[in-house]
Design a protein around this ligand. Sequence first.
Ligand SMILES: Cc1cc2nc3c(=O)[nH]c(=O)nc-3n(C[C@H](O)[C@H](O)[C@H](O)COP(=O)(O)O)c2cc1C
Length: 344
Amino acid sequence: MVYKIFIRPVLFLFDAETIHNFVLNFFSKAKFLYPLLKIIYAPQTRSGVIISKLKFTNRLGLAAGFDKNGIAIRFWEALGFSHVEVGTVTPLPQSGNDKPRIFRLKKDEAIINRLGFNNKGADEIKKNILKAKKYTGTDFIIGVNIGKNKNTAIKDAVSDYRICFEKLYDAADYFTINISSPNTEGLRMLHEEEYLDNLLREIQTLNKEISKSKSSSLKCIFLKIAPDLNDNILESIYKLTKKSNLTGIIATNTTVERMNLKTNITEQGGLSGKPLKLISDRILKRLFEMNPDNSLILTGVGGVFTRTDFDDKISSGASLVQIYTGLIYEDPGIIKKILRDNIN
Ligand SMILES: Cc1cc2nc3c(=O)[nH]c(=O)nc-3n(C[C@H](O)[C@H](O)[C@H](O)COP(=O)(O)O)c2cc1C
Protein backbone atom coordinates (compact mmCIF):
# COMPACT_ATOMS: atom_id res chain seq x y z
CA MET A 1 0.00 0.00 0.00
CA VAL A 2 2.76 2.45 1.00
CA TYR A 3 4.55 1.62 -2.24
CA LYS A 4 1.48 2.12 -4.44
CA ILE A 5 0.35 5.36 -2.80
CA PHE A 6 3.66 7.09 -2.06
CA ILE A 7 6.64 5.47 -3.77
CA ARG A 8 5.33 4.29 -7.16
CA PRO A 9 3.84 7.66 -8.19
CA VAL A 10 7.24 9.28 -7.57
CA LEU A 11 9.16 6.57 -9.44
CA PHE A 12 6.67 6.83 -12.33
CA LEU A 13 7.42 10.56 -12.70
CA PHE A 14 10.75 9.59 -14.26
CA ASP A 15 11.61 7.95 -17.56
CA ALA A 16 11.10 4.19 -17.13
CA GLU A 17 14.62 3.10 -18.08
CA THR A 18 16.36 5.86 -16.10
CA ILE A 19 14.55 5.01 -12.89
CA HIS A 20 14.98 1.27 -13.46
CA ASN A 21 18.75 1.68 -13.72
CA PHE A 22 18.86 4.07 -10.77
CA VAL A 23 16.99 1.69 -8.45
CA LEU A 24 18.97 -1.31 -9.67
CA ASN A 25 22.28 0.48 -9.13
CA PHE A 26 21.22 1.69 -5.71
CA PHE A 27 20.27 -1.77 -4.49
CA SER A 28 23.31 -3.39 -6.07
CA LYS A 29 25.43 -1.15 -3.83
CA ALA A 30 23.27 -1.01 -0.68
CA LYS A 31 24.56 -4.32 0.62
CA PHE A 32 24.12 -3.22 4.22
CA LEU A 33 20.35 -3.43 3.63
CA TYR A 34 20.33 -7.09 2.56
CA PRO A 35 20.08 -8.66 6.04
CA LEU A 36 17.16 -6.33 6.84
CA LEU A 37 15.46 -7.05 3.51
CA LYS A 38 15.80 -10.77 4.20
CA ILE A 39 14.01 -10.34 7.52
CA ILE A 40 11.24 -8.24 5.96
CA TYR A 41 10.74 -10.08 2.70
CA ALA A 42 11.86 -13.69 3.14
CA PRO A 43 8.90 -15.97 2.34
CA GLN A 44 7.52 -17.82 5.35
CA THR A 45 6.94 -21.04 3.49
CA ARG A 46 9.72 -22.35 1.34
CA SER A 47 7.92 -24.98 -0.67
CA GLY A 48 10.46 -25.73 -3.35
CA VAL A 49 11.26 -28.16 -6.11
CA ILE A 50 14.30 -30.09 -7.28
CA ILE A 51 15.00 -30.00 -11.00
CA SER A 52 17.82 -32.30 -12.08
CA LYS A 53 20.32 -31.47 -9.37
CA LEU A 54 19.15 -27.91 -8.88
CA LYS A 55 17.33 -27.28 -5.63
CA PHE A 56 14.92 -24.35 -5.95
CA THR A 57 13.90 -23.26 -2.44
CA ASN A 58 10.59 -21.97 -3.79
CA ARG A 59 9.00 -21.80 -7.23
CA LEU A 60 9.28 -18.09 -7.95
CA GLY A 61 12.15 -16.42 -9.81
CA LEU A 62 13.01 -13.09 -11.39
CA ALA A 63 12.57 -13.23 -15.17
CA ALA A 64 15.33 -12.34 -17.63
CA GLY A 65 15.88 -8.73 -18.59
CA PHE A 66 15.38 -7.14 -15.18
CA ASP A 67 19.02 -7.52 -14.17
CA LYS A 68 20.61 -7.95 -17.57
CA ASN A 69 24.20 -7.64 -16.33
CA GLY A 70 23.84 -9.48 -13.04
CA ILE A 71 24.78 -6.50 -10.89
CA ALA A 72 22.20 -7.01 -8.12
CA ILE A 73 22.12 -10.79 -7.71
CA ARG A 74 22.43 -10.70 -3.93
CA PHE A 75 19.53 -8.25 -3.75
CA TRP A 76 17.23 -10.73 -5.52
CA GLU A 77 18.20 -13.42 -3.05
CA ALA A 78 17.45 -11.03 -0.17
CA LEU A 79 13.96 -10.38 -1.58
CA GLY A 80 13.13 -14.08 -1.36
CA PHE A 81 13.30 -15.31 -4.95
CA SER A 82 14.62 -18.85 -5.40
CA HIS A 83 16.36 -17.87 -8.62
CA VAL A 84 17.26 -15.04 -10.95
CA GLU A 85 17.75 -15.23 -14.68
CA VAL A 86 20.56 -12.88 -15.70
CA GLY A 87 20.74 -11.56 -19.28
CA THR A 88 19.98 -11.75 -22.07
CA VAL A 89 23.75 -11.96 -22.52
CA THR A 90 25.38 -11.63 -25.93
CA PRO A 91 29.02 -12.51 -26.76
CA LEU A 92 30.02 -8.85 -27.20
CA PRO A 93 28.72 -5.84 -25.27
CA GLN A 94 26.09 -3.83 -27.14
CA SER A 95 24.06 -0.73 -26.41
CA GLY A 96 20.70 -1.82 -27.83
CA ASN A 97 18.13 0.28 -29.68
CA ASP A 98 17.69 4.04 -29.54
CA LYS A 99 16.03 5.58 -26.48
CA PRO A 100 13.29 5.95 -25.33
CA ARG A 101 12.66 2.21 -25.51
CA ILE A 102 10.61 1.33 -22.43
CA PHE A 103 7.02 2.58 -22.15
CA ARG A 104 4.60 2.19 -19.24
CA LEU A 105 0.94 1.47 -20.00
CA LYS A 106 -0.39 2.39 -16.57
CA LYS A 107 -4.07 1.77 -17.27
CA ASP A 108 -3.21 -1.73 -18.48
CA GLU A 109 -0.54 -2.43 -15.84
CA ALA A 110 1.75 -3.31 -18.70
CA ILE A 111 5.03 -2.35 -20.34
CA ILE A 112 6.18 -2.15 -23.94
CA ASN A 113 9.94 -2.50 -24.40
CA ARG A 114 12.23 -2.56 -27.39
CA LEU A 115 15.57 -2.57 -25.59
CA GLY A 116 17.30 -4.87 -28.07
CA PHE A 117 19.62 -6.89 -25.78
CA ASN A 118 21.56 -3.98 -24.30
CA ASN A 119 24.13 -5.69 -22.08
CA LYS A 120 27.77 -5.61 -21.03
CA GLY A 121 28.75 -8.79 -22.86
CA ALA A 122 29.64 -12.33 -21.77
CA ASP A 123 33.05 -11.60 -20.16
CA GLU A 124 31.91 -8.85 -17.82
CA ILE A 125 28.68 -10.61 -16.87
CA LYS A 126 30.62 -13.76 -16.02
CA LYS A 127 32.74 -11.69 -13.61
CA ASN A 128 29.63 -10.17 -12.01
CA ILE A 129 28.06 -13.58 -11.43
CA LEU A 130 31.20 -15.18 -10.03
CA LYS A 131 31.64 -12.24 -7.68
CA ALA A 132 28.05 -12.54 -6.40
CA LYS A 133 28.40 -16.30 -6.01
CA LYS A 134 30.97 -15.82 -3.27
CA TYR A 135 28.17 -14.48 -1.10
CA THR A 136 24.92 -16.10 -2.24
CA GLY A 137 23.76 -19.32 -0.60
CA THR A 138 24.43 -22.56 -2.48
CA ASP A 139 20.67 -22.95 -2.85
CA PHE A 140 20.20 -19.62 -4.67
CA ILE A 141 20.02 -20.50 -8.36
CA ILE A 142 21.52 -18.24 -11.03
CA GLY A 143 20.35 -18.87 -14.57
CA VAL A 144 21.97 -17.25 -17.58
CA ASN A 145 19.79 -16.31 -20.53
CA ILE A 146 21.81 -16.21 -23.77
CA GLY A 147 21.23 -14.62 -27.16
CA LYS A 148 22.98 -13.28 -30.24
CA ASN A 149 24.54 -9.92 -31.05
CA LYS A 150 22.56 -7.60 -33.31
CA ASN A 151 25.20 -7.74 -36.05
CA THR A 152 25.36 -11.53 -36.21
CA ALA A 153 23.32 -12.89 -39.11
CA ILE A 154 20.61 -15.40 -38.23
CA LYS A 155 22.41 -18.12 -40.19
CA ASP A 156 25.43 -17.62 -37.89
CA ALA A 157 23.42 -17.30 -34.67
CA VAL A 158 24.51 -20.71 -33.37
CA SER A 159 28.06 -19.52 -32.99
CA ASP A 160 26.96 -16.64 -30.70
CA TYR A 161 24.97 -19.01 -28.49
CA ARG A 162 27.98 -21.35 -28.38
CA ILE A 163 30.31 -18.53 -27.34
CA CYS A 164 27.98 -17.45 -24.53
CA PHE A 165 27.50 -21.03 -23.36
CA GLU A 166 31.22 -21.71 -23.27
CA LYS A 167 32.17 -18.43 -21.61
CA LEU A 168 29.50 -18.59 -18.94
CA TYR A 169 29.59 -22.33 -18.30
CA ASP A 170 31.27 -21.99 -14.89
CA ALA A 171 29.05 -19.10 -13.81
CA ALA A 172 25.62 -20.47 -14.77
CA ASP A 173 23.58 -22.93 -12.71
CA TYR A 174 21.36 -23.28 -15.76
CA PHE A 175 21.13 -21.76 -19.23
CA THR A 176 18.18 -20.39 -21.15
CA ILE A 177 18.39 -20.20 -24.92
CA ASN A 178 16.42 -17.11 -25.81
CA ILE A 179 14.95 -17.22 -29.31
CA SER A 180 11.94 -15.10 -28.50
CA SER A 181 12.82 -11.44 -28.06
CA PRO A 182 10.84 -9.42 -30.62
CA ASN A 183 13.46 -6.66 -30.51
CA THR A 184 16.36 -8.34 -32.31
CA GLU A 185 15.59 -8.50 -36.00
CA GLY A 186 14.98 -12.04 -37.26
CA LEU A 187 15.54 -13.71 -33.86
CA ARG A 188 12.11 -15.30 -33.77
CA MET A 189 12.96 -17.15 -37.01
CA LEU A 190 14.91 -19.47 -34.72
CA HIS A 191 11.57 -21.03 -33.70
CA GLU A 192 11.47 -22.63 -37.16
CA GLU A 193 12.54 -26.26 -37.34
CA GLU A 194 15.31 -25.70 -39.88
CA TYR A 195 17.12 -23.41 -37.42
CA LEU A 196 15.96 -24.74 -34.06
CA ASP A 197 16.92 -28.37 -34.60
CA ASN A 198 20.49 -27.42 -35.36
CA LEU A 199 20.73 -24.80 -32.60
CA LEU A 200 19.52 -27.14 -29.86
CA ARG A 201 21.66 -30.04 -31.08
CA GLU A 202 24.81 -27.91 -31.22
CA ILE A 203 24.34 -26.47 -27.75
CA GLN A 204 23.53 -29.84 -26.22
CA THR A 205 26.60 -31.38 -27.91
CA LEU A 206 28.73 -28.58 -26.52
CA ASN A 207 27.16 -29.17 -23.11
CA LYS A 208 28.21 -32.83 -23.26
CA GLU A 209 31.74 -31.98 -24.39
CA ILE A 210 32.37 -29.38 -21.69
CA SER A 211 30.73 -31.41 -18.95
CA LYS A 212 32.81 -34.45 -19.89
CA SER A 213 36.04 -32.45 -19.92
CA LYS A 214 35.21 -31.06 -16.48
CA SER A 215 33.86 -34.37 -15.18
CA SER A 216 30.71 -32.55 -14.13
CA SER A 217 27.05 -33.28 -14.77
CA LEU A 218 25.27 -31.75 -17.76
CA LYS A 219 24.02 -28.20 -17.35
CA CYS A 220 20.26 -27.75 -17.35
CA ILE A 221 19.16 -25.92 -20.49
CA PHE A 222 15.78 -24.28 -21.05
CA LEU A 223 14.36 -22.79 -24.23
CA LYS A 224 12.46 -19.49 -23.91
CA ILE A 225 9.72 -19.14 -26.47
CA ALA A 226 7.40 -16.44 -27.78
CA PRO A 227 3.70 -16.29 -26.96
CA ASP A 228 2.75 -15.51 -30.56
CA LEU A 229 2.83 -19.07 -31.90
CA ASN A 230 0.26 -21.35 -33.50
CA ASP A 231 -0.29 -24.95 -32.41
CA ASN A 232 1.70 -26.47 -35.29
CA ILE A 233 4.87 -24.56 -34.53
CA LEU A 234 4.40 -25.14 -30.81
CA GLU A 235 4.23 -28.87 -31.39
CA SER A 236 7.36 -28.79 -33.51
CA ILE A 237 9.19 -26.80 -30.80
CA TYR A 238 8.06 -29.26 -28.13
CA LYS A 239 9.29 -32.25 -30.15
CA LEU A 240 12.67 -30.69 -30.94
CA THR A 241 13.21 -29.62 -27.34
CA LYS A 242 12.49 -33.15 -26.20
CA LYS A 243 14.61 -34.71 -28.93
CA SER A 244 17.61 -32.65 -27.81
CA ASN A 245 17.06 -33.63 -24.19
CA LEU A 246 16.69 -30.09 -23.00
CA THR A 247 15.53 -29.59 -19.41
CA GLY A 248 12.46 -27.60 -20.32
CA ILE A 249 10.67 -24.66 -21.86
CA ILE A 250 10.06 -21.16 -20.50
CA ALA A 251 6.72 -19.81 -21.68
CA THR A 252 6.73 -16.98 -22.53
CA ASN A 253 8.54 -13.86 -23.62
CA THR A 254 6.67 -10.63 -24.47
CA THR A 255 3.98 -10.43 -27.16
CA VAL A 256 3.83 -8.36 -30.32
CA GLU A 257 0.01 -8.54 -30.20
CA ARG A 258 -1.96 -5.50 -28.99
CA MET A 259 -5.30 -6.90 -27.95
CA ASN A 260 -7.91 -5.05 -25.87
CA LEU A 261 -5.53 -2.41 -24.54
CA LYS A 262 -7.01 0.52 -22.60
CA THR A 263 -3.99 2.66 -23.46
CA ASN A 264 -3.82 4.27 -26.87
CA ILE A 265 -0.24 3.54 -27.91
CA THR A 266 1.52 2.77 -31.16
CA GLU A 267 5.05 2.07 -29.89
CA GLN A 268 6.76 -1.00 -31.35
CA GLY A 269 8.18 -3.68 -29.08
CA GLY A 270 7.22 -6.51 -26.78
CA LEU A 271 4.23 -6.14 -24.48
CA SER A 272 4.41 -7.59 -20.95
CA GLY A 273 2.28 -7.49 -17.82
CA LYS A 274 -1.44 -8.06 -17.30
CA PRO A 275 -2.53 -8.15 -20.97
CA LEU A 276 0.02 -10.95 -21.59
CA LYS A 277 -1.37 -13.26 -18.92
CA LEU A 278 -4.05 -15.10 -20.93
CA ILE A 279 -1.85 -15.33 -24.02
CA SER A 280 1.08 -16.89 -22.18
CA ASP A 281 -1.23 -19.12 -20.10
CA ARG A 282 -2.63 -20.54 -23.33
CA ILE A 283 0.83 -21.50 -24.54
CA LEU A 284 1.69 -23.05 -21.17
CA LYS A 285 -1.52 -25.09 -21.17
CA ARG A 286 -0.91 -26.38 -24.69
CA LEU A 287 2.62 -27.43 -23.73
CA PHE A 288 1.26 -29.16 -20.61
CA GLU A 289 -1.13 -31.17 -22.79
CA MET A 290 1.78 -32.26 -25.00
CA ASN A 291 3.80 -33.19 -21.93
CA PRO A 292 1.72 -35.76 -20.00
CA ASP A 293 4.76 -37.53 -18.56
CA ASN A 294 6.32 -34.24 -17.38
CA SER A 295 9.47 -35.10 -19.29
CA LEU A 296 10.04 -31.40 -19.91
CA ILE A 297 10.04 -28.93 -17.03
CA LEU A 298 7.75 -25.99 -17.80
CA THR A 299 8.33 -22.49 -16.45
CA GLY A 300 5.42 -20.06 -16.61
CA VAL A 301 6.04 -16.35 -17.10
CA GLY A 302 3.77 -13.55 -18.25
CA GLY A 303 1.36 -11.36 -16.31
CA VAL A 304 1.92 -12.68 -12.79
CA PHE A 305 0.76 -10.06 -10.26
CA THR A 306 -0.98 -12.09 -7.57
CA ARG A 307 -1.07 -15.40 -5.77
CA THR A 308 -3.98 -16.42 -8.05
CA ASP A 309 -1.93 -15.66 -11.17
CA PHE A 310 0.89 -17.77 -9.74
CA ASP A 311 -1.53 -20.63 -8.95
CA ASP A 312 -2.89 -20.44 -12.50
CA LYS A 313 0.61 -21.02 -13.87
CA ILE A 314 1.20 -23.96 -11.52
CA SER A 315 -2.15 -25.55 -12.35
CA SER A 316 -1.41 -25.01 -16.05
CA GLY A 317 1.66 -27.20 -15.70
CA ALA A 318 4.44 -24.92 -14.53
CA SER A 319 7.04 -26.25 -12.10
CA LEU A 320 8.58 -22.79 -11.83
CA VAL A 321 7.12 -19.31 -12.27
CA GLN A 322 8.90 -16.07 -13.10
CA ILE A 323 7.89 -12.44 -12.78
CA TYR A 324 9.00 -9.13 -14.26
CA THR A 325 6.32 -6.47 -14.85
CA GLY A 326 4.43 -7.38 -11.66
CA LEU A 327 7.44 -6.29 -9.67
CA ILE A 328 7.34 -2.83 -11.30
CA TYR A 329 3.67 -2.26 -10.51
CA GLU A 330 3.56 -3.97 -7.10
CA ASP A 331 6.00 -3.59 -4.21
CA PRO A 332 8.71 -6.15 -3.41
CA GLY A 333 6.34 -7.66 -0.81
CA ILE A 334 4.65 -9.32 -3.80
CA ILE A 335 7.15 -12.18 -3.56
CA LYS A 336 6.23 -12.99 0.02
CA LYS A 337 2.52 -12.55 -0.74
CA ILE A 338 2.69 -14.97 -3.65
CA LEU A 339 4.62 -17.57 -1.69
CA ARG A 340 2.88 -17.31 1.65
CA ASP A 341 0.96 -20.62 1.59
CA ASN A 342 2.00 -24.14 0.83
CA ILE A 343 2.04 -24.88 -2.85
CA ASN A 344 2.38 -28.62 -3.00
C1 LIG B 1 11.97 -4.13 -20.01
C2 LIG B 1 11.99 -5.60 -20.28
C3 LIG B 1 13.16 -6.22 -20.72
C4 LIG B 1 13.18 -7.59 -20.98
N1 LIG B 1 14.35 -8.18 -21.40
C5 LIG B 1 14.38 -9.52 -21.61
C6 LIG B 1 15.58 -10.15 -22.01
O1 LIG B 1 16.63 -9.52 -22.13
N2 LIG B 1 15.55 -11.49 -22.24
C7 LIG B 1 14.41 -12.23 -22.08
O2 LIG B 1 14.46 -13.45 -22.29
N3 LIG B 1 13.26 -11.65 -21.68
C8 LIG B 1 13.22 -10.33 -21.45
N4 LIG B 1 12.05 -9.74 -21.06
C9 LIG B 1 10.83 -10.57 -20.94
C10 LIG B 1 10.58 -11.04 -19.51
O3 LIG B 1 11.61 -11.87 -19.06
C11 LIG B 1 9.25 -11.80 -19.43
O4 LIG B 1 9.34 -12.97 -20.23
C12 LIG B 1 8.07 -10.97 -19.91
O5 LIG B 1 8.19 -9.63 -19.50
C13 LIG B 1 6.73 -11.52 -19.41
O6 LIG B 1 6.66 -11.50 -18.02
P1 LIG B 1 5.91 -10.33 -17.18
O7 LIG B 1 4.55 -10.18 -17.76
O8 LIG B 1 5.93 -10.81 -15.75
O9 LIG B 1 6.72 -9.11 -17.37
C14 LIG B 1 12.00 -8.37 -20.79
C15 LIG B 1 10.84 -7.75 -20.33
C16 LIG B 1 10.81 -6.39 -20.08
C17 LIG B 1 9.53 -5.75 -19.59
